[in-house]
Design a protein around this ligand. Sequence first.
Ligand SMILES: *[C@@H]1O[C@H](CO)[C@@H](O)[C@H](O)[C@H]1NC(C)=O
Ligand SMILES: *[C@@H]1O[C@H](CO)[C@@H](O)[C@H](O)[C@H]1NC(C)=O
Ligand SMILES: *[C@@H]1O[C@H](CO)[C@@H](O)[C@H](O)[C@H]1NC(C)=O
Ligand SMILES: *[C@@H]1O[C@H](CO)[C@@H](O)[C@H](O)[C@H]1NC(C)=O
Ligand SMILES: CC(=O)N[C@H]1CO[C@H](CO)[C@@H](O)[C@@H]1O
Length: 498
Amino acid sequence: MRSLPLLSLAAACAEAGTVSVDFSKYKLDFALSITKRDTLSLEAINNITGGGYYAEFEIGTPGQKIGFLLDTGSSDTWVNSVDTDMCNSISLQETNGYCMTTFNPDDSDTYSLVDSGGFDITYLDTRRIRGDYFNDTVTIDGKAIKNQQLGLATKSVRPTGIMGLGFSANVAADVEYPTILNNMVSQGYIDTNAFSLYLNDLSADSGTILFGGIDQAKFVGKLTTLPLQPDFQSLDTNVTSFTVEMDSFKVTTTGSQDSVDVKTFAAKAILDSGSTICLLPETQAQGLWDAFDIRTVTGVDVPFVDCAYADSKGDGISIDFTFSGKTISVPMNEMVVDSFATIQDEIMSDPQLSQVFDGWTGACMFGVGSAANYGVDDSDFALLGDTFLRSAYVVYDLSNEQIGIAEANPGSNDTDIVELKAGDTDFPNVTGVASKSTVEPTSSESGSSDTRPTVTVTSTPDDSSGSGSGDDNNAAGHLAPALVAAVMMAVGAAAVVL
Ligand SMILES: *[C@@H]1O[C@H](CO)[C@@H](O)[C@H](O)[C@H]1NC(C)=O
Ligand SMILES: *[C@@H]1O[C@H](CO)[C@@H](O)[C@H](O)[C@H]1NC(C)=O
Ligand SMILES: *[C@@H]1O[C@H](CO)[C@@H](O)[C@H](O)[C@H]1NC(C)=O
Ligand SMILES: *[C@@H]1O[C@H](CO)[C@@H](O)[C@H](O)[C@H]1NC(C)=O
Ligand SMILES: CC(=O)N[C@H]1CO[C@H](CO)[C@@H](O)[C@@H]1O
């Protein structure tokens, strides 16, 4: 997961057969008519530089509008309490980001306490949130989901709550409880435990999460079905996460680019919207880092890349992930996240950092990190976060323990929704658009993509001295504390692994 501000609101519209809700800034329009309610749609807001995807909906009676980070990597939905330690402390907020919306239980007629002190969750990036579990009404798209168990954070390190979209088996509570998705089904709002996530590209302000349906306008070609797998750490065969088999991984470059030498591998890959970046095993991450002269700074978790790769320097380069024969190609510019725009001048004029980033246009966050930095040393574990997911359209079908995946159709303004029906075990035979509706900057070069040679990843012995430019690239001795604090704040705001 990652953190950050955001905010949104709702306007809603109803079309025959479906109800969709769009969130737009600071205006809530519930004049929607409900024609039929087989899908629910929420806008996923990406209102900050690469930060995260948020949706806003109501908790309690009367409803209190709260912003939530959308996280397919966890299952609890929780809010910061108005009494949360962090939201009442300037210094905690200076470290963790400024609190956004909070929930006041005293103002809700439908609040009931379930387990005092029972909510305690720790995410992959070690951020820990604690508090109570309570039941209350959750209102999404005008639909009141009653008696939903939720976490109420009293000790928090995040500016917003999180909407957990994972399996109920994975909730942090001692006693398993139904998630919001489960209750949408049991309370009759959608037919089956499934949702589709369209994050849209990096430059877009928002994407869409559609509960109970598939939007054919948002992807290209056919969906490939991937069975979900037990977690990479699992000792049994139960499916509790969005883990799929990834067959291979390679880098495609233009002819002029140095060849890219990255060990190919197959992995159990978790599709995790709550993570800003992707994590690969050390060997593969290092191979990519060498190829693109990625640099790191002691004490800062995320890798840095020359911002010029977001422009022409990155033209023709893509990072391609293949699943059961389906390739999702991620253009290089989608891997270059301008997280430090507000402190870029400071970074590039700092005596130490300017040496680290010597020769660069600017310091951006690179979209692939090393899992080892997050304590996972497994050689076949991958976590595919937003820098991957923006290029994909993913249908998460919990009822049938499967994923549908296709390349996204970025920038699409159309909708063409097909509902998912209870009892169907296969996805409906739907076809997305024939080709992407917007021209992507990286593929707008002369000629077609067929002219780009593919550099297949080769296997080499571990050699961290790699093919980089030979710069001493890992040495930021002592940085001015204020700048380190500013960088860490930006990283904290920009990169979250939930
Ligand atoms: C919370 O809601 C569940 C149903 O989802 C119900 O079984 C339980 O009794 C409720 N607990 C309280 C304290 O309201
Ligand atoms: C795995 O699933 C079985 C059958 O649903 C269940 O009995 C068992 O407790 C599950 N194991 C774990 C670790 O949850
Ligand atoms: C979608 O709408 C936006 C804003 O109206 C526009 O800039 C963009 O070109 C549209 N995209 C397509 C594919 O038509
Ligand atoms: C899916 O639909 C296409 C036409 O859109 C058809 O050609 C194809 O045979 C169908 N596939 C299956 C498995 O029904
Ligand atoms: C924090 C942030 O970037 N907020 C922006 C969200 O998007 C609106 C327009 O859609 C901007 O006006 C805000 O500045």
